[in-house]
Write a protein that binds this ligand. Structure first.
Ligand SMILES: Cc1ncc(COP(=O)(O)O)c(C=O)c1O
Length: 401
């Protein structure tokens, strides 16, 4: 019996999260006393704002320590409704909001709620690592549309139209995007919405978790187009905007049927998310975005820093991302080259491992995001660490021959 033979096909067919894997390898090297700079994780290097932390302490004192309603406390769902109205101009009712244990759970819930075995899910590449694996879990079929650096990693309406078949059930994307930082403009979203108008059976899963880390204009949601709004499921959360990755707080805003289906699924799996996190979330949304603004300014400065340093590395090609906190540079010119031990670098994962072992910087190969010609760097790190990481990267890459 092989060691995995008793595990389900479902789990055997699932890949490990590449971002978490690289982070783990980086931590293992660090535990050996090596100074590893991590550019592999997708979390702000800031602390949760004080008013939000205080709200959690108050929640404990007030004994918010019991099961919450499965879709979240009414006050939190109301705060989310207010946010969607005030910041995004979108009308929702509290019955359309389901709070979850992070945007990740919401994405998984929505896919399990909508996808039957064999249903097709269109995913533009590069995409966030977990999308395609969540589709695997639901026994759906991912259909990828390739977008590369030349199109700023964005798809065209023609590409979308060409990918649609009678089996297409869902389209899922993130804007601002992880891993590319690309942001769809209102005009670009309007073009995609026109395609969906022609296909009334397709749902649109709009992952807006990086909404507040956007360096151009204001955030635009594809849910603003009334002709398709009822088929758009917005996924969002508190992890990135409020530096609350550990609190596990996310949500969907969707039509009532989808919302109550998500409520039912959560009711049989995780129940409502952490009561204390929810009370803190109410304060995060009701007391504004001052902390977010400070974080955004730092990200903007670091974006320029990393952009300049990447452009200074021969063989690396990059664009200037308009949101999130990632670069997704093209690195295929290094494939086929050899490291100092004569090992050939065959793809992005091997290049990321080389950068970890030789340069002691943790990045993630683009293959896990659907395009092997790239690697992902997170610039959620201090200016000093970014400068040193990019210096090491340049030096390590120059040793390949
Ligand atoms: C595009 C995208 N969606 C969703 C998530 C998950 O966020 P959460 O921490 O709310 O589960 C992440 C986290 O890295 C992400 O990058």
């Amino acid at each position: 019996m092989s060691t995995t033979s008793y595990l389900s096909n479902r789990i055997n067919n699932l890949s490990e999260s590449a971002t978490l894997k690289m982070t783990k390898l980086g931590r293992e090297l660090a535990a050996k006393g090596i100074n590893v700079i991590s550019l592999s994780v997708g979390e702000p290097d800031f602390n949760t704002p004080d008013n939000v932390k205080q709200a959690a302490k108050t929640a404990l004192d007030e004994n918010y320590t019991r099961y919450s309603p499965v879709p979240g406390y009414p006050e939190l769902r109301q705060a989310i409704v207010d946010k969607l109205k005030n910041e995004n101009g979108l009308d929702f009712e509290t019955s359309q909001i389901v709070v979850s244990t992070g945007a990740k759970q919401s994405l998984s819930n929505v896919i399990l709620t909508l996808i039957n075995p064999g249903d097709e899910v269109i995913i533009p590449t590069p995409y966030w690592v977990s999308y395609s694996e969540m589709v695997v879990l639901a026994e759906g079929k991912s259909v990828f549309i390739n977008a590369d650096i030349e199109s700023d990693f964005k798809i065209t309406p023609e590409q979308l139209e060409a990918a649609i078949t009678p089996k297409t059930k869902l389209f899922m994307f993130s804007s601002p995007c992880n891993p590319t930082g690309s942001v769809y403009s209102k005009a670009e979203l309007a073009e995609l919405a026109k395609v969906f108008e022609k296909h009334p059976n397709i749902f649109i899963l709009s992952d807006e978790i990086y909404e507040h880390i956007n360096f151009i204009d204001k955030h635009e949601s594809i849910a603003q187009f009334n002709s398709i709004k009822d088929r758009v499921i917005i996924v969002n959360g508190f992890s990135k905007a409020f530096a609350m990755t550990g609190w596990r707080l996310g949500y969907i805003a969707a039509n009532k049927e989808i919302a109550s289906a998500n409520d039912k699924l959560q009711g049989q799996t995780t129940s409502g998310t952490c009561s204390i996190s929810q009370r803190a979330g109410i304060v995060a949304y009701n007391e504004g975005l001052a902390g977010v603004q400070k974080m955004k300014e730092a990200f903007l400065r670091r974006r320029q820093l990393v952009f300049d340093l990447l452009n200074d590395i021969p063989g690396v090609k990059t664009n200037l991302p308009e949101g999130a906190f990632y670069f997704f540079p093209e690195v295929s010119s290094f494939f086929g080259k050899k490291d100092l031990n004569g090992n050939v670098i065959n793809g992005s994962e091997e290049l990321a491992l080389y950068l970890l072992n030789e340069g002691h910087i943790a990045t993630v190969g683009g293959n896990s995001f659907g395009n092997d010609n790239y690697i992902r760097l997170s610039y959620a790190a201090s200016d000093e660490n970014l400068k040193e990481a990019l210096r090491r990267m340049k030096e390590a890459l120059s040793k390949l021959s």
